[in-house]
Design a protein around this ligand. Structure first.
Ligand SMILES: *Cc1c(COP(=O)(O)O)cnc(C)c1O
Length: 428
C-alpha cells in the first residue's frame, strides 16, 4: 500500500479536486458547506433533480387527478418499468430483467418465496453470518413458511475474523442439501466486495439458485448480473442512489426465469394489457414487472427519476474509479495522520475487494462518532466498535476527506470524545 507515498498537505487535496472530472455533480446536491456528510451509504443526499422529479409527480396529481396514471410528464402506470430500464446499466442487466418496486426486505421475501423450491434432501438456504439482520429475519420466516426449522435449515457461513467472509468458505458450504444461496454484493460493515461472478459459477455447477442483496453495492460498484448469470438480486435505492428516506427499491430476475409465477402475486404482477380485465386468473407480465405486488408508491419512487438521470450521465465506471481514489486517499491519510491513536482499518485494502466505504474500528468508536457529529462531520456508527466513513463520488470532495482526517486527529489529540458516553444512540 502507498502508506508513505501520500502527500498530507491541503494543497494536494485541492489539486485532486481540480483534476476531478466529476466535480460538477456536487453542485446538484444539497450539501451543507459547513458540514461534511460521510453517510451517503446509509441515506444519500437530495439532489435538485430528484426534488424536481418529486414536484413533477405532485403536479400531475394536482392537475390530473386519476389521469396521472396515463398522462402528464411521467405517467405513473409505466414508471416502474421505465425506472427499471434506467437502473439496468447499474446492475449490468437487460431492461426487462429489472423493475423498481417494493423495498429491500419485501423484495427479498418476494424472490425467496419464488425461487426457494426445496425438494427431497435439498432443503437448506445458505447465507453468511455477517449479513444485515433484516435479511436473516426474512430468510428465517421464509423457511418457517415452508415448514422448516431455521435453526437447522439456515446455514450461515462463518467469518474467520468477524469482518471478511472468504469465498472459499462459502464455496465449501455449497453442499448437496442447499437449495438457495443469498449473499450480499458488498458487506454492510466491512465493505468487502464478494466475487459475485465466481460464486454464481460455483453455485450453478452444483445446481443451486443464487441471489444477491445489492444494498451496499448498487451505485458504488459496477455489476454484470446478466453476464454472470446471477438468478436474482434486490436492493434499496435510498443509499448510494439518493432516492430519499424509504424510497422504493429494485429487483432483478435473470431472463431465463422470466415467466415464472411469482411467489407473492398481486394485481401489479399482471401483464399490463390484461391488468384491467379484472380477471381472477393472473397472467403474469413476461418481464421482471411480474414480481411487483400492488400499486407503486408514486411519491416515494419519484425522486429516483432525477437520481438515475444523474447516474446515467456520470456513468458507474467513472464513479467507481473516483470512489476508489477517495477511499484510498482516506486510508492513506488515516495511516499517515492517526497512527498514534489505535485505529484499525478493517475493510479490504485492495481495490477489487473494497466497496464504497472505509470501515474504521476503535474501542471508543461510539463516542468518537458523537464527537465527529459535534464537529459537523456525519459518520455512521456500527455496533460494537465500527465507524463507517463513505466519501461518495457524486458529492464528496478530496478536500472534505482531508478535513475529516484533520478533525478526527484533533478530536483524538484533545480527547474530545471523553465528554460523551461510549454508547450508541437509538438510531445508529
Ligand atoms: C439497508 C439494508 C437493508 C434495509 O432494508 P429495507 O427493507 O429497505 O428496510 C436490508 N439489507 C441490507 C443488506 C441493507 O444494507
Amino acid at each position: 500500500m502507498s502508506i508513505n507515498a501520500v502527500d498530507p498537505s491541503r494543497d494536494y487535496a485541492l489539486q485532486l479536486d481540480k483534476e476531478d472530472e466529476l466535480a460538477s455533480f456536487r453542485n446538484e446536491f444539497y450539501v451543507k458547506e459547513d458540514a461534511i456528510y460521510l453517510d451517503g451509504n446509509s441515506l444519500g443526499l437530495l439532489s435538485t433533480r430528484a426534488e424536481t422529479a418529486l414536484l413533477d409527480i405532485l403536479d400531475s396529481w394536482k392537475k390530473l387527478g386519476i389521469d396521472g396514471w396515463t398522462e402528464g410528464k411521467h405517467p405513473w402506470f409505466y414508471l416502474s418499468e421505465q425506472l427499471g430500464e434506467m437502473s439496468a446499466p447499474l446492475v449490468g442487466a437487460k431492461s426487462e430483467e429489472v423493475i423498481v418496486t417494493g423495498s429491500t426486505t419485501v423484495n427479498l421475501h418476494q424472490l425467496v418465496s419464488t425461487f426457494f423450491e426445496p425438494k427431497g434432501s435439498r432443503t437448506k438456504i445458505l447465507a453468511d453470518e455477517l449479513t444485515f439482520p433484516s435479511d436473516i429475519y426474512a430468510l428465517q420466516s421464509q423457511l418457517k413458511l415452508k415448514g422448516y426449522d431455521p435453526d437447522e435449515h439456515l446455514i450461515q457461513v462463518k467469518s474467520k475474523d468477524g469482518r471478511i467472509v472468504e469465498e472459499e468458505d462459502i464455496i465449501a458450504a455449497m453442499t448437496d442439501d442447499v437449495a438457495l444461496i443469498m449473499l450480499p454484493g458488498v458487506m454492510y460493515r466491512s465493505g468487502q466486495v464478494l466475487d459475485m461472478k465466481r460464486l454464481t459459477e460455483e453455485a450453478h455447477k452444483r445446481n443451486i439458485v443464487i441471489g444477491f442483496d445489492l444494498c451496499h453495492s448498487i451505485g458504488a460498484i459496477p455489476h454484470s448480473l446478466s453476464e454472470w448469470g446471477v438468478d436474482f438480486a434486490f436492493w434499496c435505492n435510498y443509499k448510494y442512489l439518493n432516492a430519499g428516506p424509504g424510497g422504493v427499491g429494485g429487483l432483478y430476475v435473470n431472463e431465463k426465469h422470466l415467466g415464472t409465477t411469482p411467489g407473492l402475486s398481486g394485481w401489479f404482477s399482471s401483464d399490463k394489457q390484461k391488468q384491467f380485465d379484472m380477471d381472477h386468473q393472473l397472467t403474469p407480465a413476461n418481464n421482471a414487472g411480474a414480481f411487483q405486488i400492488g400499486t407503486p408508491h408514486m411519491l416515494s419512487v419519484a425522486p429516483l427519476i432525477g437520481s438515475l438521470e444523474i447516474f446515467n450521465e456520470a456513468g458507474i465506471d467513472r464513479l467507481r474509479e473516483k470512489s476508489l481514489r477517495l477511499t484510498r486517499y482516506l486510508m492513506d491519510l488515516i495511516n499517515h495522520e492517526l497512527k498514534d491513536f489505535d485505529f484499525k482499518i478493517s475493510n479490504p485494502l485492495v481495490d477489487d475487494r473494497r466497496g464504497g466505504h472505509v470501515y474504521l474500528e476503535h474501542k471508543e468508536a461510539a463516542r468518537i462518532c458523537k464527537a465527529l457529529k459535534e464537529n459537523n462531520i456525519v459518520p455512521d456508527f456500527r455496533n460494537p466498535n465500527g465507524i463507517r466513513l463513505a466519501p461518495v463520488a457524486l458529492y464528496n470532495t478530496f478536500e472534505e476527506v482531508w478535513k475529516s482526517v484533520q478533525i478526527l486527529k484533533k478530536i483524538m489529540e484533545e480527547e474530545q470524545y471523553k465528554k460523551f458516553e461510549n454508547k450508541r444512540g437509538v438510531v445508529a
